[in-house]
Design a protein around this ligand. Structure first.
Ligand SMILES: Cc1cc2nc3c(=O)[nH]c(=O)nc-3n(C[C@H](O)[C@H](O)[C@H](O)COP(=O)(O)OP(=O)(O)OC[C@H]3O[C@@H](n4cnc5c(N)ncnc54)[C@H](O)[C@@H]3O)c2cc1C
Length: 484
């Protein structure tokens, strides 16, 4: 820890993606002083890369109940009903709040919000901004507001590597560069872990460092075996490897074709189903990719996808796009309640670092940005009401080393990819990266196939594991807990 005095704040927020920025702004609006710590630039957050949008029951013929039913259907018997209820009830108000904060969502000719259709949704429910530039537009606006807010101190290019715990309560953190923050509560918004897999749609920083920080501080983790594979990531195009082609494009009529130009899957089924159909076809035929045909889609609706592919030499108005599944979204994470509290007092988590149980075994498209805002607001409200921690020297936690080798990333893709076996997962138990070992332990414990987790040696879903979440204790022990 630094010899310099620590920064004093009410909240320390780790991560400046959608979850961190919004939680920080909500806390500051309540008059709290916030230290916002971010390891990477804005453009390196998953939030900035988000293309689709935010799911919210805003259409006249929609309702939070219908949104919840779609979320639960996609989540394959594992969605925590209470978390889905909160998300679906509060997402519309968060969209309105973002508008109040200056985010311009796309509107139709009549001035009403224009709503997109994505896989697993039973009707149009996804708001976007600038077509497929939603994440970029939203986080740019929120970061501009955070930079102007006198109550928010931004620590840029600062990586939290230590959580400070005193008398069992989290009281602050320290960064690699020696800076430290003392606070009533720490809110981990450090994103997901999908960049641990060799083929990924995620920015390189999505290595699960927030989950490991919480684990080191004694917090419970959950559902680490559930990693969503996005069906349509570009493959074999230099400079665009892993580039995601948003599902919203399939919502506007793009289709998936095999080598004979035939459709082989219902394009708007939930993601686990579409990814599995592609994977099985590739396995059967030995091909590397299938084709996404968006020639019938208006390119003006998705300017940044069309532009990015044009730069790589693909004219999507005339040519097919080679795609295959890639690691995309971590459904598991730090166990949190409906107010984003972890199992360690004073320690909160929001966004992809957290696991409320909302996504179950397979996230419904565009529920994750909504989750960042719904639970970001709830975290801010609860965290500013935390008591001041004990004074005196906190016990410093073991420093976190985030050093992931190419071998770990290859091993996760091979052994914890779209299809898993006991032998492969056991090989991962010796991986040098601690989160890889915990992922393998969870995947081994779940002896069934469900949603994104497919065990070739346990191909059926086990009804006895409905609503049963895999939990990881601070000592690494794995068990199951029922969450309703
Ligand atoms: C290509 C792509 C498209 C997507 N499209 C959509 C979509 O349309 N709709 C949707 O709902 N979801 C989408 N998702 C998922 C969604 O974007 C993410 O789940 C969500 O943005 C996660 O937000 P976050 O704030 O939790 O994390 P992030 O946005 O990833 O931010 C994490 C932050 O934590 C910081 N950080 C990490 N570790 C540390 C540390 N140790 N110390 C300090 N800082 C740290 C990082 O620097 C970063 O600032 C998409 C994801 C990708 C990759």
């Amino acid at each position: 820890m630094s010899a310099a005095s620590p920064i004093e704040a009410e909240l320390a927020v780790v991560g400046a993606g959608a979850a961190g920025l919004y939680a920080a702004l909500c806390a500051a609006a309540d008059g709290a002083r916030v230290a916002l710590i971010s390891a990477t630039t804005l453009a390196q957050t998953a939030s900035y890369w988000a293309q689709g949008g935010l799911a919210a029951a805003l259409a006249g013929d929609d309702s939070p109940q219908r949104h919840r039913a779609d979320t639960e259907r996609a989540g394959r018997g594992l969605v925590r009903g209470s978390a889905a209820e909160v998300l679906c009830a509060e997402a519309p108000a968060r969209v309105r709040d973002l508008e109040r904060l200056g985010v311009n969502f796309d509107v139709d000719r009549g001035g009403a919000l224009s709503l997109g259709l994505e896989g697993g949704h039973s009707l149009r429910r996804v708001v976007h901004s600038g077509g497929s530039a939603t994440g970029r537009r939203v986080v740019r606006q929120l970061s501009a507001l955070a930079a102007q807010e006198p109550l928010i101190e931004v620590l840029e290019q600062a990586r939290a590597d230590t959580l400070l715990v005193a008398d069992g309560r989290c009281v602050g953190l320290a960064c690699e560069d020696g800076r430290a923050v003392r606070a009533r509560a720490v809110v981990i918004c450090a994103g997901g872990a999908a960049a641990l897999w060799a083929r990924t749609t995620n920015p390189p920083g999505s290595l699960g460092s927030g989950m490991l920080l919480a684990h080191h501080a004694g917090a419970q983790l959950a559902d680490l075996e559930f990693l969503q594979f996005h069906p349509t990531a570009v493959i074999g195009v230099p400079g665009r490897e892993g580039f995601l082609v948003t599902e919203a494009i399939r919502g506007e009529g793009a289709v998936l074709l095999d080598a004979n130009g035939e459709r082989f899957v219902e394009e708007l089924a939930p993601r686990d189903e579409v990814s599995r159909a592609i994977d099985e076809l590739l396995d059967r035929t030995g091909a590397r990719s299938v084709s996404l045909d968006m020639r019938s889609v208006d390119p003006a609706l998705f300017p940044n996808v069309v532009g990015a592919l044009a730069e790589a030499g693909i004219d999507v108005t005339r040519e097919l796009i080679p795609v295959a599944p890639a690691a995309h979204f971590m459904m598991g994470g730090i166990t949190t309640d409906l107010h984003a509290r972890s199992t360690v007092p004073g320690l909160y988590a929001v966004g992809e670092s957290a696991c409320t149980g909302l996504h179950g075994a397979n996230r419904l498209a565009s529920n994750s940005l909504s989750e960042c805002f719904v639970f970001g607001a709830r975290a801010a409200r609860a965290a500013v009401a935390e008591p001041v921690g004990p004074s005196g020297a906190p016990a410093t936690e073991v420093k976190l080393a985030v050093d992931v080798s190419a071998a770990t990333r290859t091993a996760l893709w091979q052994h914890a990819g779209l299809r898993r076996t006991r032998t492969g997962l056991e090989a991962l138990l010796d991986d040098p990266y601690p989160l890889a070992r915990l992922i393998a332990a969870c995947a081994l414990a779940r002896g069934e196939s469900r949603g994104a987790h497919v065990r070739e040696d346990h191909p059926q879903t086990d009804a006895r594991l409905d609503a049963m979440h895999t939990i990881v204790d601070p000592d690494g022990g794995v068990g199951f807990e029922r969450w309703d």
